[in-house]
Write a protein that binds this ligand. Sequence first.
Ligand SMILES: *[C@@H]1O[C@H](CO)[C@@H](O)[C@H](O)[C@H]1NC(C)=O
Ligand SMILES: *[C@@H]1O[C@H](CO)[C@@H](O)[C@H](O)[C@H]1NC(C)=O
Length: 518
Amino acid sequence: MNAVESIWNNSNHPSVVSVYAIAVSTVILILWQYWQNRYSIPTYGGVLSFSRVLSTLKFVRNGREETLRTYKEHPIIVLPRPDMWAATAHSKYVEEIAKAPDDALSFMDAVEESLQMKYTFGPNFTFEHYHVHVIRNQLTRHLSGLFPDVFDETKQAVSDLVGEPENEWKTLDVTSFSQNVVTRASNRIFVGLPLCRNEKWLALMISSAVSIVKVAIFVNMFPAILRPLVGWVSTTVKKRLNEANDIAGPIVEKKLAGGTNAESDDFMSWLISNAPEKERNPHDILSRILMTNFVAIHTSSMTVTNCLYWLLARPQYIESIRQEIEEVTSRLGWSKEAIGAMPKLDSFVKECMRITPIGTQVMMRKVLKPFTFSNGFQAPAGMTISAHLYATHHDESLYSNAGTFDGFRFLEVTSDVKDRKEQGETDTNVRKTMYTTSKTFLAFGHGRHACPGRFFAAMEIKLILAHLIAAYDMKWPDKVYDPSVPGYTKEGYRPPDEWYAQQIVLNRTAEMMIRKRA
Ligand SMILES: *[C@@H]1O[C@H](CO)[C@@H](O)[C@H](O)[C@H]1NC(C)=O
Ligand SMILES: *[C@@H]1O[C@H](CO)[C@@H](O)[C@H](O)[C@H]1NC(C)=O
């Protein structure tokens, strides 16, 4: 007889116990029905769906399979995320989300809630977004002029990490290698020399993201009514800004004092000239620079890591991409134009982003007024909507052999001119490139709110990879070429992705060997 039975049998009031049991199960049932009927949209987790944590537990052991299954079986389903519930839509509905007006499906409100920007960046971020304008416009327009700096910093950073001697193999942690190179190359643009080589500054930029995401998830664990209190207690904004100010305050101060005019042509000057008068102080300018770093460096460095993992996993691509790089740079030199004229490299990077996107959902929107999808699903105000990213990229009806890595898959794709004109591209004679979004390629989102930094990111990522492929040899350490190692396949070893419920995370400890080519 086990403990539960003995309590039941020894209970003096069995009828009371059963009344309780009935009462409790009735309450659970009502809660469940409430959740199921709350929206005309099903909620993941079945009986557990009244709780985000319990519902997430159902995901834990097979996140990838469950992500693909929910996509196949449900046009829209409410899925648990670490920060919130999000009704996640099949790729069939991506255009509807992309085209919905902002006063119905709001991008900014979703970002605000998911990041809890009030407590992670400061109250002004909720209503003032001038840095987005700077990224979308000035940064993108100046890419050709910025190229030499990004190239120079990339070469320096790689050389500092790998060392100069030719033909000498060095073993490096891929994640921190990519992080370091991307952070330096990006900050060469965001803050310039000498700050972009300042160890303290780089460390602060890299560590900030972790602390921001932690605070955001923590605040989101509490009901809305408690968030101001929890946010006030847990916020790290002041501490981070003070640290940034200690390192970079005087530099910004000088820039502010020098006055910015049409001739100042760097990122910080663009920020200063676009900032509202009352935000033209070191503190506030630095908070925008921290935000720019937050959105730029982790997404880009994870993508570089991802591409290196695939490149080492499929080394047969190296030679033909290297030939392309040598041919193009001998004709055009190293320039933005040259990097844009490497279709094989472009296709390879795009395929990495397709098969291993750095997330499973994309295009988050907060419903501000009830929104009805073409299939009749009604999203009530207050709900968060998103689109399936990972599952869309693995949809067999959109990509043949979707589960197989095919580095030159995108070489043959002809351009969908209408799609691209809608996105404001004028030069629609060129092929679709990795930054061209569509309802089937969602790594940068899609529509009006697609990542505004994707043109800079695409240039930077391809430039870093092109430089590594042209000037270095890379391979896995010998120990992974053993069939007993997880991640080993006949096609080649790739460190397995980690899945935490429905979050996908690249392996964070894999090492590669690298040496300068003679
Ligand atoms: C926000 O804006 C106000 C002025 O409106 C400014 O005084 C303040 O320093 C800004 N920054 C933060 C982090 O609150
Ligand atoms: C990540 O890759 C390394 C090196 O290939 C391996 O030893 C490690 O077990 C992997 N980590 C996970 C969590 O799979």
